[in-house]
Write a protein that binds this ligand. Structure first.
Ligand SMILES: *[C@@H]1O[C@H](CO)[C@@H](O)[C@H](O)[C@H]1NC(C)=O
Ligand SMILES: *[C@@H]1O[C@H](CO)[C@@H](O)[C@H](O)[C@H]1NC(C)=O
Ligand SMILES: *[C@@H]1O[C@H](CO)[C@@H](O)[C@H](O)[C@H]1NC(C)=O
Ligand SMILES: *[C@@H]1O[C@H](CO)[C@@H](O)[C@H](O)[C@H]1NC(C)=O
Ligand SMILES: *[C@@H]1O[C@H](CO)[C@@H](O)[C@H](O)[C@H]1NC(C)=O
Ligand SMILES: *[C@@H]1O[C@H](CO)[C@@H](O)[C@H](O)[C@H]1NC(C)=O
Ligand SMILES: *[C@@H]1O[C@H](CO)[C@@H](O)[C@H](O)[C@H]1NC(C)=O
Ligand SMILES: *[C@@H]1O[C@H](CO)[C@@H](O)[C@H](O)[C@H]1NC(C)=O
Length: 503
């Protein structure tokens, strides 16, 4: 009777206990992931685990591996699977047997050169495919069956020279395409049928406009074309939904209208002018590293521009910022005009009309002086960065110490703008930190003789000298204390000795 009970208990335990570990998890790494909406299992090739389990010391053979191995996982409910095989030596991908539960397949970094037609046709629920960092030279629509559910395709860092394989392609679900870091030279109408595509990265290729215009699919929102070989504007027109265009590090000398754009990066091209009316809805513009000699002019436009941020750095020919430059850009919150070595003059009231301005970066330009009323100094929440300018610290800059630096001292965040805010001339103040000149009243308006008489030469000595002074001071204090204790000790000692004599 007791034996029967024990047996029964054992059976119950076996029935309700953990299910057996799937065989595939003995030689591949199995992980649970809850990153996506549905929980899924991540299966990953891991050299350490494979070698620990594989007594014959064979290398893992991806092409011979049987995808039915994933069936065990499928038995745990309707488990979706993300499969990751990296760092293998695959070279050729045949038509794979695939598995219905694979939702995400990552074959990055395997030296893949050839992909057979219909290679991924059996993955009927595949959403993400990543073939990054292989040696693929062409992409073909035949990789997938006609009703592909692929949403994200990453073919970056390969040696693809053409997107011709995308032509006739109607991947009805493709949303995101990363084809950056390849050798693509021309793109015209190859992507135009990808109706769901919202995001494409074609940066770091060799794209030039030779045949015809680059035509973008109608629902595209983000397009990245940085680091290509574009000398002419690549589009005749862009889809109305395009919000964000990055086309920096090319050789453009002109642009064309794109009225829907909110964010535009044109940095490091060869533009000598900027067509502000071409982009009336722009909120963010980076036009750094071009050949403009003035800030783009919005003053002619009828409406107030929605522009919130402008970056206008590294402009070799910029000399002056005129006081009407920003008269129609009242929404600006952030301005960067930095590292323009010839910029020596900012006219009065240049920034005073910008009531929303929170951050103004004017660092590393050629400014020797600034007018007191270029900007409402106290209203800029994140401060005005004037570091790295070759300031001439004479009496005409005393207001700057009194009004601006003193105010900045009371806001800790703004102290970050002090370390490279220095005088370049006159020689007596060379490399002196402006913030340290506030220690004495009216210091820039005193003559050199007065400074010497007042013994103020010390304040313009360097930090190292102060360090030495501090060390000496500390030594003196320590020496004093030691002497004091010694005297006290001597006194006590004497009394101690004296007592027996008098008793
Ligand atoms: C994922 O699984 C965990 C437990 O394994 C559960 O708490 C969570 O609710 C699941 N999330 C979804 C979206 O199913
Ligand atoms: C491989 O598996 C071992 C043991 O589980 C783990 O410590 C290691 O981090 C894994 N390596 C990678 C690259 O995931
Ligand atoms: C994979 O394994 C299943 C059963 O385990 C077998 O029927 C099938 O033929 C195998 N496929 C290959 C390509 O070896
Ligand atoms: C697919 O990739 C995207 C972007 O990398 C990611 O956000 C998403 O969670 C992935 N989906 C699945 C099912 O792995
Ligand atoms: C596209 O791929 C490149 C190279 O692999 C990578 O650096 C970049 O971050 C990817 N873009 C996105 C948005 O994931
Ligand atoms: C870029 O285009 C120019 C002609 O406009 C050509 O001479 C040069 O070789 C191209 N560079 C690359 C990397 O394709
Ligand atoms: C732009 O450069 C091309 C040659 O690359 C030249 O033909 C054209 O005149 C230039 N346009 C402007 C506005 O400078
Ligand atoms: C703009 O600058 C000019 C000198 O260039 C000056 O005459 C004019 O008064 C200034 N306007 C404003 C509003 O400061």
């Amino acid at each position: 009777m007791i034996i029967w009970h024990v047996l029964l208990a054992t059976c119950i335990t076996l029935a309700t206990g953990e299910p057996a570990r799937p065989n595939v998890c003995k030689y591949l790494q199995c992980m649970k992931s809850s990153q996506t909406v549905a929980n899924h299992t991540v299966i990953k090739y891991n050299k350490t685990i494979w070698e620990a389990h594989n007594l014959n010391e064979n290398v893992f053979d991806f092409r011979a591996w049987n995808w039915t191995e994933l069936d065990d996982l499928a038995h745990e409910g309707d488990a979706l699977v993300e499969v990751i095989f990296n760092g293998l030596d695959i070279v050729q991908i045949d038509s794979l047997d695939g598995h219905d539960n694979v939702m995400s397949l990552n074959l990055d970094g395997n030296g893949i050169q050839n992909v057979e037609k219909n290679a991924f046709g059996q993955f009927r629920r595949l959403i993400n495919l990543s073939l990054r960092a292989n040696m693929i030279s062409a992409i073909d629509h035949g990789y997938f069956y006609y009703d592909s559910k692929i949403e994200n395709l990453d073919i970056s860092q390969n040696v693809i020279t053409t997107l011709v394989g995308f032509k006739d392609l109607t991947w009805a679900s493709l949303i995101y395409l990363n084809a950056s870091h390849n050798h693509i030279e021309h793109v015209t109408n190859q992507l135009v049928k990808l109706d769901k595509l919202e995001w494409v990265d074609l940066s770091y290729n060799r794209i030039a406009r030779t045949d015809g215009p680059l035509m973008l699919p109608r629902n595209l929102r983000d397009c990245i074309l940085n680091n290509n070989n574009l000398t002419i504007w690549p589009f005749d027109s862009v889809p109305g939904r395009l919000r964000h265009l990055c086309i920096g590090f090319n050789l453009l000398n002109s642009t064309k209208p794109a009225s829907g754009l909110r964010k535009l990066d044109l940095s490091h091209n060869r533009l000598a002018v900027f067509c502000s009316e071409c982009f009336p809805n722009l909120e963010e513009l980076d036009i750094s590293g071009n050949y403009l000699d003035t800030v783009p002019d919005w003053s002619a436009s009828m409406d107030i521009s929605p522009l919130k941020k402008i970056s206008f750095n590294r402009m070799p020919f910029l000399r002056v910022i005129k006081n009407n430059s920003f008269s129609k850009t009242a929404n600006l919150k952030e301005i960067e005009i930095s590292t323009c070595p010839e910029l020596a003059n900012i006219e009065e009231n240049a920034f005073t009309s910008l009531t929303q301005l929170q951050k103004l970066d004017l660092s590393y330009n050629g400014l020797q002086q600034v007018h007191e009323n270029i900007v409402h100094w106290n209203r800029i929440k994140h401060g005005v960065n004037l570091q790295g300018n070759p300031f001439r610290c004479d009496c005409s800059m005393q207001w700057f110490l009194d009004r601006v630096i003193s105010e900045m001292l009371s806001d800790r965040e703004l102290h970050a703008l002090f370390p490279d805010l220095r005088c370049t001339s006159p020689s007596i103040y060379k490399n002196q930190l402006l913030v340290r000149l506030t220690i004495h009243d009216n210091v820039l308006c005193r003559t050199t003789r007065m400074i010497n008489e007042a013994g103020m030469v010390q304040i313009i000595t360097s930090d190292e000298d102060h360090l030495v002074e501090k060390v000496i001071l500390c030594c003196l204090i320590v020496a004093n204390i030691v002497t004091l204790f010694y005297l006290v000790y001597l006194k006590n000692k004497r009394q101690y000795k004296i007592i027996p004599i008098y008793s």
